[in-house]
Design a protein around this ligand. Structure first.
Ligand SMILES: [Mg+2]
Length: 424
């Protein structure tokens, strides 16, 4: 039996998540905005058909969207993250191995059945995800990752394929590959695409058949691997284990510029609290911490500064992270400047399994154990009842500096108080 690789991908994921939980959005054009309601980052098919381009700043198209009756949503990452977890769980139940590639994309491995045709499997998975989550997906199947990615492109962009395409069993793969512009080939950036076009390579088929030495001289071993995969060999294995992170960063742009130390400290404190949660989720400890702040690069007297401190003992204890982050914030704060962004970076990360004890640390093992339990309890309460149920006073109660999210939908899948009400 032969192995196949499929790439499964949520269509217009953020817009689809918004639609799946709000029946009033069915058949209506929907767009989702980036942080601070900046630019359009996702469009439903109806919005795309109206000719609304991706990446447009919201303030520029605000009136046009209103005129066209387009529904606008601020990005709701609590919702998208939760929907992503549900999506990946369903995919995992229907394949052998899975590599979660992004919030809405996964590569999976499958055994090909004796009749070779995986389309019935794909149709069933598509239906079950649509029924359980209301998210339309596209499934591309091939002999390796590159072929699966290209097949996914063909599944999504060519209407007659209705969301499923298998490059391995198709009768005329060459003509399908000729349908894929060189710019749309996975791993080909803008610069390389320009070079390819100059050399008469305009589509995926021509890339597959071009002389290898020519491609290698420009793109090295990465180009050769890409070409081998186009020819049906496997060079890129699935990364099944999540890689241990070396750094974790939490940063945000503010809804309105911050000018005073109190608000800036609250913002940094909130980031440090979130970073602590992430470290504990990742089962990691930070050995050092950096705080950075900056003003707008488009305004006069641009200021950008950061400060780092090594922690006495690697930790993921929020009290220690907060104290350190706030001390560093005081060091780099400058009065009468308009800060628009700040963040914290957790560095020198290590696994919680190998904590090196420091002889000079004042906490006894018992005290450390109590603090671990406290953090664990806080995380559990916040996971169960929603983020911020238990918060730290340093984060402030009235966060004026928070992100602009004027069109935010409900956290319907993660907060019990916000589940939709159905009147029957
Ligand atoms: Mg997608």
């Amino acid at each position: 039996m032969t192995k196949a690789i499929a790439l499964i991908d949520g269509n217009n994921f953020y817009a689809s998540c918004e639609k799946s939980l709000d029946a009033s959005l069915i058949n209506r054009p929907v767009v989702v905005l980036s942080n601070n309601d900046g630019c359009i980052i996702a469009r439903s098919p109806e919005a795309r058909n109206l000719g609304i381009p991706m990446g447009q700043p919201y303030f520029k198209v605000h009136h046009k969207l209103k005129e066209l009756g387009v529904v606008v949503r601020s990005s709701n990452y609590a919702l998208y993250g939760d929907m992503s977890q549900r999506l990946m769980k369903l995919i995992k139940e229907n394949c052998e191995q899975i590599e979660i590639y992004s919030i809405d994309e996964a590569f999976v491995t499958l055994e090909r059945p004796s009749h070779q045709d995986l389309r019935p499997w794909a149709r069933q998975l598509r239906e079950s995800i649509n029924q359980s989550l209301g998210i339309p997906i596209a499934i591309g199947i091939g002999a390796n990752k590159v072929q699966a990615k290209l097949a996914n492109h063909l599944a999504k962009t060519i209407v007659i394929n209705t969301g499923i395409f298998d490059l391995t069993i198709t009768k005329d793969p060459d003509s399908w590959l000729e349908n894929i512009a060189i710019e749309d080939v996975w791993g080909i950036g803008q610069k390389l695409a320009r070079w390819c076009r100059i050399h008469g390579v305009n589509n995926a088929r021509q890339l597959r058949d071009m002389p290898s030495n020519k491609l290698q001289s420009k793109y090295g071993i990465v180009g050769i691997r890409l070409q081998h995969e186009l020819r049906g060999k496997s060079c890129l294995p699935l990364s099944i284990k999540p890689k241990n992170k070396k750094e974790t960063c939490v940063s945000r742009s503010f809804g309105h510029p911050i000018t005073n130390l109190e608000d800036l400290s609250q913002a940094i404190a909130s980031h440090a609290v979130r970073a602590g949660e992430k470290l504990r989720q990742q089962k990691q400890l930070a050995g050092a911490l950096t705080v950075f702040i900056r003003t707008s690069p488009f305004m006069p007297s641009f200021y950008s500064q950061s400060a780092t401190r090594k922690l006495n003992n690697p930790t993921n204890d929020t009290t220690v992270l907060l104290k350190t982050a706030l001390t560093l914030t005081k060091q780099i704060f400058q009065p009468s400047l308009h800060f628009i962004k700040a963040g914290v970076i957790m560095q020198q990360l290590q696994s919680t399994n190998y904590l090196q004890q420091d002889l000079l640390v004042s906490d006894t093992p018992n005290e450390q154990c109590q603090r671990d339990r406290l953090m664990n309890t806080i995380d559990k309460i916040n996971n169960h009842y929603g983020n911020g149920t238990v918060s730290w006073a340093a984060c402030g109660l009235n966060q004026q500096w928070g992100m602009r999210r004027e069109q935010l939908s409900h956290a319907s899948t993660t907060q019990i108080t916000q589940i939709p009400i159905v009147n029957a």
